[in-house]
Design a protein around this ligand. Structure first.
Ligand SMILES: Cc1cc2nc3c(=O)[nH]c(=O)nc-3n(C[C@H](O)[C@H](O)[C@H](O)COP(=O)(O)OP(=O)(O)OC[C@H]3O[C@@H](n4cnc5c(N)ncnc54)[C@H](O)[C@@H]3O)c2cc1C
Length: 452
């Protein structure tokens, strides 16, 4: 059944093409929240005070709140919708324990040493937080495989580089890949024994619940409308209440549509991504698809990343072509074609789509490899932690922790991200146009004609 008809048959409202393009459809369209709707938080209806107010409860804001509350700081979280309603509840679930490139770190005062040490030292933060606080988020430390059809020097160099940082990485040949993935399509690959997958919706909500039990106050349906200076403090206003605090931390991702500190909206290159989940597959079929249950991505183009969740669903993500984000059936057809070619057993199986959704990423560079998160000082006492690109699962909680500890200690310079002034990027549409109009269509063509 075509996706639009299916959505309607489920009693859900068929959405406009514009809401797919904006990546802002209701969060229940995402495949992650289906089974366990999370706690709903009531709106702020009073004028209250706090030490710190955090705006936005995605992966970044939730971590800031949790780690501040853990240090005994009085923190209030204001979320426009409900926690995890932004990009965090609609991502692909990969925990990549490495960075795309070290190059942007050279701009740091110490050449990025502090950042790299912090990153490698805390690369297990998701697993650690889940076990420390009993967060149930379907996390698996099952590792990742980057699989290729032929040897690639850049993969070998990458393995050597990260091995020198103490990472466990194996370079695999065709036999090992066949054993682990159940396909003979790949002949070369890296097996990262660390990292893995997470249900990002449950994880973000788990961090928020933990912050609450540690003393934080959390308000949902509380969009911040204004942020005014009152003496040495800030008064952060919603439609029905306000929080006055000495420190404000803004974690609103692309800051889209916000009238307070609008300069933050221009600091990034937006890029739309989409995700889809199949209906649960039978165990006997799954025994032949990625039996090692690692997170799988393809090199060089990574068009069909694959995660298998605890409901036996296949979950993938891609970048939709420009102006065609609503074409769920098309992206599902591409994915099916990949499955049929890679795992022939799927050709005769009944695999259908359960969910399709889109979400917006905020990127600090128009070069994918240079998209690092940013910490901006917007005004005295007001900081913004944002622009996580497609690395938010690990970097959101990690940078959130670093900022929270720096704030709690009153030593902002200790945060591993340098503090910058918000700066408008030139040609913000460039990245999206380049990727969605050109690079992805070319990669799909190359893949179709087996040119990778
Ligand atoms: C399809 C897709 C696949 C992805 N795959 C991966 C992946 O596999 N691995 C990975 O690491 N990353 C991935 N990402 C990226 C990752 O999801 C993001 O980097 C991350 O979620 C960003 O977290 P955040 O907290 O900065 O933003 P968000 O999660 O967007 O949170 C911002 C929050 O701020 C709130 N807000 C905005 N304005 C206001 C206001 N005025 N008042 C109050 N609240 C406000 C919003 O409602 C929202 O909840 C993917 C993203 C997408 C879209």
């Amino acid at each position: 059944m075509a996706w639009k008809k299916y959505v309607e048959s489920q009693g859900a409202q068929a959405l406009s093409a514009a809401s797919y393009e904006a990546g802002a459809m209701p969060i229940n369209y995402s495949g992650w929240p289906l089974e366990q709707p999370a706690t709903q938080y009531a709106p702020l209806t009073d004028d209250i005070t706090a030490d710190v107010v955090v705006i936005g409860a995605g992966l970044a804001g939730s971590s800031v709140a949790l780690h501040l509350a853990e240090r005994g700081i009085k923190v209030v979280v204001l979320e426009a919708q409900q926690p995890s309603a932004g990009a965090s509840g609609r991502n692909a679930g990969h925990i990549q324990p490495y960075l795309a490139s070290f190059e942007p770190l050279q701009a740091h005062k110490d050449g990025g040493r502090k950042f790299t040490d912090y990153f490698t030292g805390n690369r297990n933060i998701i697993f650690d937080l889940c076990s420390k606080h009993g967060i149930s988020a379907d996390v698996y430390d099952n590792g990742l495989i980057e699989a290729a059809k032929k040897p690639h020097a850049e993969l070998e160099q990458k393995a050597k580089l990260w091995q020198s940082h103490g990472y466990a990485i194996d370079i695999l040949g065709a036999d090992s890949l066949k054993h682990m993935l159940g396909t003979d399509v790949y002949n070369y690959g890296l097996h990262w024994r660390e990292g893995g997958q997470v249900n990002p919706y449950l994880f973000t909500n788990g961090m928020v619940n933990t912050a609450l039990t540690l003393g934080a106050q959390v308000y949902g349906d509380s969009r911040v409308l204004a942020c005014d200076k009152v003496g040495t403090h800030w008064r952060v206003r919603t439609a029905t209440g306000s929080v006055t605090a000495a420190q404000v931390v803004i974690c609103t991702n692309g800051h889209s549509g916000n009238k307070f500190f609008p300069e933050l909206q221009h600091t990034q290159y937006p890029l739309l991504a989409c995700g889809l989940a199949t209906r649960p597959l039978p165990d006997d079929l799954l025994a032949s698809i990625n039996p090692a249950r690692v997170v799988l991505s393809q090199h060089p183009a990574g068009l069909y990343p694959l995660v298998i969740d605890n409901r036996n669903r296949l979950i993938t993500a891609t970048i939709p072509s420009m102006g065609r984000a609503q074409q769920a059936d098309q992206y599902f057809a591409y994915f099916l074609r990949y499955l049929h070619r890679t795992f022939p057993v799927t050709r005769h199986a009944n695999i259908s789509m359960e969910s399709y959704w889109t979400g917006m990423t905020a990127n600090s560079s128009h070069h994918y490899d240079k998209c690092y998160p940013k910490l901006y000082q917007v005004a005295n006492g007001v900081h913004a932690l944002m622009n996580f690109g497609s690395w938010g699962n690990l970097l959101g909680p990690m940078m959130g922790m670093s900022l929270a500890h720096a704030l709690a200690d009153g030593r902002l310079d200790d945060c591993v991200l340098p503090i910058e002034k918000p700066q408008a990027v030139r040609f913000p549409g460039l990245f999206q146009t380049k990727i969605r109009r050109t690079l992805i269509p070319i990669a799909r063509l190359a893949d179709r004609f087996d040119l990778t």
